[in-house]
Design a protein around this ligand. Sequence first.
Ligand code: PLP
Length: 411
Amino acid sequence: MNDFTTELKERLEEIRRQGLYRELRRVDSPQSPGLEINGKPLLNFSSNDYLGLANHPALKEAAIKAVKDFGAGSGASRLICGSLAPHHELETALAAFKGTEGALTFSTGYAAAIGTICALMGKEDILVLDKLMHACIVDAARLSGAKLRIFGHNDLNELEDILRWAKERNSAGTAGRQPRTLIVTESVFSMDGDIAPLREIVALKEKYGAWLMVDEAHATGLFGKHRRGVAEEAGVSEQIEIQMGTLGKALGASGGYICGPRALIEFLINRARSFIFSTAPVPGAAAAARAAVELVQSAEGKQRAEDLWALVERLKAGLGRNGWPVANVRSAIVPLIIGAEAGAVAAANALREGGIYVPAIRYPTVARGEARLRVTLTAAHTQKDLSALMDALAPLPHPHHSKPQPAAADA
Ligand SMILES: *Cc1c(COP(=O)(O)O)cnc(C)c1O
């Protein structure tokens, strides 16, 4: 044991030396714009609860009712001890919402990605990923054993070069089944808040006979006329083989989903190991997510999305006036790139001293030297919350300041 802990302490020291040490901060309040950490009230600009549903009465009531009707736990995996009604109701609601033949839910989005990619792809196949893909897709790609090709972020020329090569290779023919190419992209990128050119990617995948999986983790509930996601907004939902997302962000609950043709859902029930070999999510989570899917489609859901976009526009205008480079996209994720890891941590600490909670995002979540403050807004923030954030950001040093000022707190 001594050797073991000594070794781990050395490894931790190395993490600290690189400015990459992370720790948990206990929160003693619900997920909402106001957080309490160590007895200190903080304004929360870190959450992916974009529509402010995590603490919404409709979701809480749905979860409580499901606990009363179906209990706290789910007993086993859905194939082993029966598949509880709340899961089926959620999947029916998701398929109707997304306009697909079917839906399958997993305990997390991470599990959905791993289960789906590993079920579909083997070592003869080719996986083509955007350079900024989320860790769950990267891990799934590695675990699947498929040949991995990365294209530059949103770089359609590079994507086309890879697809041309892949088509040639796949048609060279092997013994077993036809090798396949699967492109995976996020629709809204989690740490940059920018958007994939889905229409162009769909055109390329059709041209070269590839399949497409789109991770709408940061778009479901926000984009498109019916808030189904960027695929709806771009008008390409029908051409995407696999639509993936999480129930834990704008939908305010927990879990992951895959939407697509019925054959895909049946195939995953038979082959997705993270679905088959894992206890079903608790009924309360499924019921809360289902309530969220309904709420997003209601007049209230529409209003919440509009409130969020109004806040985003105001923040971006304010940052622009202040000299921060702001991307010309509409997204609830507004990254403020600092660069050095220590600088980002210092900035986050300074904000926290002033009562504002914004996380510093560092390697390995983003590339080294691209550390940033990741500001997220939610429909539950008020104009007053936003003013407090903008006042707190104004004095921070950033690339466009003529006279950088040192951050107030130490790293
Ligand atoms: C959060 C996230 C996931 C994982 O979803 P969870 O339900 O949190 O496991 C997948 N993809 C992206 C892009 C994400 O940001």
